[in-house]
Design a protein. Structure first.
Length: 201
């Protein structure tokens, strides 16, 4: 454990909030979503005044970063689970600006765990979702509510957290609450109403 982690924990048991969500969150909804995220983080903080508060994220584009930035603004610490070694993971980002944002957030993390490179895409993202579910006591999702079947997608991470990991894996997470913040994906931003966006399911 790093010196930074030790100084944050200082002998206390942390509250660990896992972060998941879509990469393509409608940009027009960011302010609404950010307010809801901060409200939920502040509720937890008020209930756990003596515990270090840590949000764990993959720091992917979209929801992961919106959640991480909101957490930092609300006084939480952040940590990261990366699906691939950093240099390989950065190839999945859309621009150098995105890479720079990722690196800045990574520098704020109290700990970073990179998963084994042996799992290629998309399996590496699935394994990251399993690891996120295993590490977290609570999950917060920025999700449109659609149960897509893609490996490592938001829906699968939520299922893993709520139901436990496959029995072939020796470590199973405890079931815990999921804070579902309703969101729109960017492809639907102009074709669907924003009624309920930012509400907590």
């Amino acid at each position: 454990m790093s010196q930074k982690s030790l100084s944050v924990l200082a002998g206390f048991t942390p509250i660990v909030l896992g972060a998941t969500g879509h990469r393509d969150i409608a940009e027009s909804d960011h302010d609404i979503l950010k307010k809801t995220i901060c409200d939920e983080l502040q509720k937890i903080a008020k209930q756990c005044v003596h515990s270090p508060l840590i949000l764990v994220s993959g720091l992917a584009e979209g929801a992961d970063r919106l959640l991480a930035l909101s957490a930092l603004e609300c006084g939480w610490h952040i940590a990261a689970i990366l699906p691939l070694p950093q240099s390989e993971y950065e190839k999945d980002f859309s621009s150098q600006v995105s890479v720079d944002e990722f690196r800045k957030l990574l520098s704020e993390c109290i700990w970073v765990k990179s998963l084994d490179e042996k799992n290629g895409r998309p399996e590496c993202y699935r394994q990251m979702g399993f690891e996120l579910a295993k590490q977290s006591q609570i999950l917060i999702s920025i999700w449109d509510g659609n149960h897509e079947n893609g490996p490592g997608g938001t829906a699968e991470v939520i299922r893993s957290f709520r139901q436990g990991l496959p029995m072939t894996r020796p470590l199973l997470p405890d079931a815990g609450p999921v804070i579902h913040v309703l969101a729109r994906r960017s492809v639907h931003a102009n074709s669907s109403p924003n009624n309920g966006i930012g509400s907590v399911a």
